[in-house]
Every structure is written in C-alpha cells, then in structure tokens.
Design a protein around this ligand. Structure first.
Ligand SMILES: NC(=O)C1=CN([C@@H]2O[C@H](COP(=O)(O)OP(=O)(O)OC[C@H]3O[C@@H](n4cnc5c(N)ncnc54)[C@H](O)[C@@H]3O)[C@@H](O)[C@H]2O)C=CC1
Ligand SMILES: O=C(O)C1=N[C@H](C(=O)O)C[C@H](O)C1
Length: 233
C-alpha cells in the first residue's frame, strides 16, 4: 500500500515505522512546509497533524479521491463538515480519537458500565486523562469520546473541563512528563468507588491501529469508525 503521511511529528514517525514493518511504502511526508502533493501515487493518507490543520488535510484528500484516516484531535467542531464532504465526493474517511485496540475495548467497557450505572444516582462519575506536556488540546479526544458515551446512557447532559458543575461530567486533564496517554473513568459514592483505567505504555498501539484502519479502508466508500474496522458490533 502506498501511504501518504500528513504530519510527520511523533505519531507520523511512529506510523512510518509501523507501516514499513507491515511492508507498506511511504510515498509522501507532508508537514507544515510541504508544497505540491501528487495524489495519483497515493493509495491512502493518514493524518496526525495539528487541530488547526486536520480539516484542511482531510478536505484535500477527499477532493482528490484519496481515502483518509485521521487521528488528529481538537478539530471536531468541523467533523460534520468532513462527513458532508465525504458523502458529496463519495469518498472514504475514518476519524478516531484513539486508534489503539486497547482503548477501543476500553470504550466498549465504558459504554457497558455506563448502562449498568444508569439510575444509580448515589454514584458520581468523573473522568481523568494524563498526557505528555507537549499535548496541545485538552481534554484529550479520548476523554471526550468517553464522556460522550457516558452521556448517552445517563442523566448527565454535558462534560466540563477541570470544573465541577451540576449535571456535568467533570474531566480532569493533567500534563505530566512524557506520559503517552492514561484515561480513567471513576464512579464514586460515599461507600465505595468503581474505576476503569487504560494506560498506554508508548505510542505503538495508536500507530498500529491507524495502519490497520488504512489497510481496511482501501476499496470502501463511506464514513467509518474503529468499531467498523475492529468489527465490534
Ligand atoms: N487518535 C489517536 O490514536 C492519537 C491521536 N493523536 C493526536 O494526533 C495529533 C498529532 O500528535 P503528535 O504526532 O504527537 O504531534 P506532533 O506535534 O509531534 O506532530 C504534529 C506534526 O504536524 C505537523 N503539521 C503542522 N501543520 C501541518 C499541516 N498543515 N499539515 C501537515 N502537518 C502539519 C507539525 O509540524 C508536526 O510535525 C494530535 O492531535 C494528537 O492529539 C496522538 C496520538 C494518538
Ligand atoms: O496527543 C496525544 O499524545 C494523544 N492524543 C489522543 C487524544 O487526544 O485522546 C490519543 C492518545 O491518548 C494520545
């Protein structure tokens, strides 16, 4: 598979290593200062860039009939526009706040747990995410996905960053050293706590999931999620 990387930072470089290990070829590394892109030589594009760059990169790929996988977080105010464009162009697009297999299983656990906790109002839910100090966005995309899945199954109707407010799920964001990504969902009551937690040890799981998604999307048309890729139901 001929892959173009949009963003050649920490994730772009990790994805390059993963893709080469799986016998793919990197035909373009597009970063902030890149110029012309030859889309005729690209099978699939993978975007891990910046919040302000992601939508432009995704649009360029869809305009040029190139399937696009995006893991960039912090740009979701434009997600619906990306979906509309993908449908208009009959393209192929996947966004995931987290591509790792472990976190996608954790998402399923979180949704299941939130259904079990429905109506048990003696428990207060709280989400915490910890990442490296270079991370630009807060809360993490993963924490937002976790919160949105709890909201679907509970009396909470929104989330709030680093603040407590009635009816809102508090998300605490911490930036510590080089932490790759740790997410905790806790239900706390006066008598006990129930906690589920995912800890990434490095970035390899994110990169592996993104390359698997790129392999999966070839030949498909539509807007997909990692649930489709991993056949989670
Ligand atoms: N969905 C997932 O599984 C994961 C998502 N991420 C997200 O991926 C994004 C990138 O993360 P990192 O690689 O750690 O960041 P990074 O800062 O190391 O790399 C971002 C790269 O994008 C480049 N860039 C800036 N403008 C660009 C443009 N217009 N087009 C292409 N590239 C451009 C920067 O120069 C930089 O090299 C972040 O939003 C992060 O939250 C990170 C890890 C996993
Ligand atoms: O910026 C990161 O590093 C990560 N970002 C993603 C997010 O915002 O959830 C995924 C992962 O936790 C690492």
């Amino acid at each position: 598979m001929k892959i173009a990387l949009f963003g050649y930072g920490k994730m772009g470089q990790m994805i390059e290593r993963t893709a080469l290990d799986r016998d793919h070829t990197i035909v373009a590394k597009i970063d902030i200062d890149s110029q012309e892109i030859d889309f005729s030589n690209i099978d699939v594009a993978i975007d891990f860039s910046l919040p302000e760059a992601a939508f432009g990169n995704i649009s360029k790929c869809l305009d040029n009939n190139t399937p696009i996988i995006s893991g960039t977080t912090g740009w979701l105010n434009k997600y619906d526009d990306a979906v509309t464009l993908c449908k208009e162009k009959q393209g192929a697009f996947i966004y995931a706040s987290n591509f790792s297999l472990g976190v996608n299983i954790f998402f399923e656990l979180n949704a299941h747990l939130s259904k079990m906790m429905q109506g048990l109002e003696q428990y207060q839910v709280a989400i915490e995410e910890i990442h490296h100090t270079q991370k630009l966005d807060a809360p993490s995309g993963t924490a937002i996905t976790l919160a949105e899945d709890v909201i679907k199954n509970s009396h909470y109707n929104a989330w709030k960053l680093n603040q407590k407010e009635q009816g809102h799920i508090p998300i605490t964001s911490k930036r510590i050293g080089s932490t790759p990504g740790t997410h905790t969902v806790a239900y706390n009551s006066l008598v006990d706590d129930i906690t589920i937690k995912h800890t990434a040890h490095n970035r390899a799981g994110f990169a592996q999931g993104a390359v698997i998604a790129a392999e999966w999307i070839i030949g498909k048309t539509g807007v997909f999620t990692m649930r489709d890729v991993l056949n989670l139901g």
